[in-house]
Design a protein. Sequence first.
Length: 299
Amino acid sequence: MSLIPFDDRDGMIWWDGALRPWRDAKLHVLSHGLHYASAVFEGERAYAGNIFRLRDHSERLIQSGKILGFDIPYSAAEIDAACNEVVAANGFTDAYVRPLAWRGSEQLSVSAQQTKIHLAIAAWAWPNLFGSDRMKGIALGVAKWRRPDPRTAPTASKAAGLYMIGTLSKHAAEAEGFNDALMLTADGFVAEATGANIFFAFDGALHTPTPDCFLDGITRRTVMALARARQIPVHERHIKPEEMAQASEVFLAGTAAEITPVRQIGDLRFSPGAITATLIADYDALVRMPPDEVAKRAA
């Protein structure tokens, strides 16, 4: 399958307050965000014309910027409006949406107090990260890289620099025939995949790692609410890698992955089951509901 390059396609991108043609959305090579990873972003999905949990994403984007020491010069309401504008401008009803805020090219050094903060938002058609046959389950290798201790990195932010080890880990896993990689915490507990949170079913209950050194995902929180609505117990805790062998079901949860079953982690094998299937159906229904209904059900 041929890929359409991201720098050469039709469409519009919202940039610092206005729409501009996709091919004209270029920044200077000496932008601070490129050299020093002073950038934060969001991943969102629009379903049936509505961006799922949009305000939560916009507020997290603003908070991620604050954690990295800068203020995005737009309110959550303005970011919401811009996200909706770019989806509409590109003629989408279902789409992936990517807001990105970064330090510009006014100053290039470790200290960059004089840089301007930019915000751009793009949208494109992007089906589930693991494809239409994801129900058969995906295979995860186990990464050699670990999620950093929160004392060593701003792990509560969706910061661009935190994804470097995710790229390294996923590339290594793909080279070994896996779809993605499971990452551990600095202390050796189960953390997440490279871009999605992970859930395990033990004895009819869901267990998911405590997000103390990685992102507490919006989809993660949605899944937990859906499970509790089904009277499925949910436990957030530190999970040891050796416990995974006792799980009856495993799945990932994230904006790009949505809910994707896992059939393999390293040498361990799993089968997608009733809990996973139920939550997939509930999630697929929820994301297509009006925003006010989503807010009630996903709280």
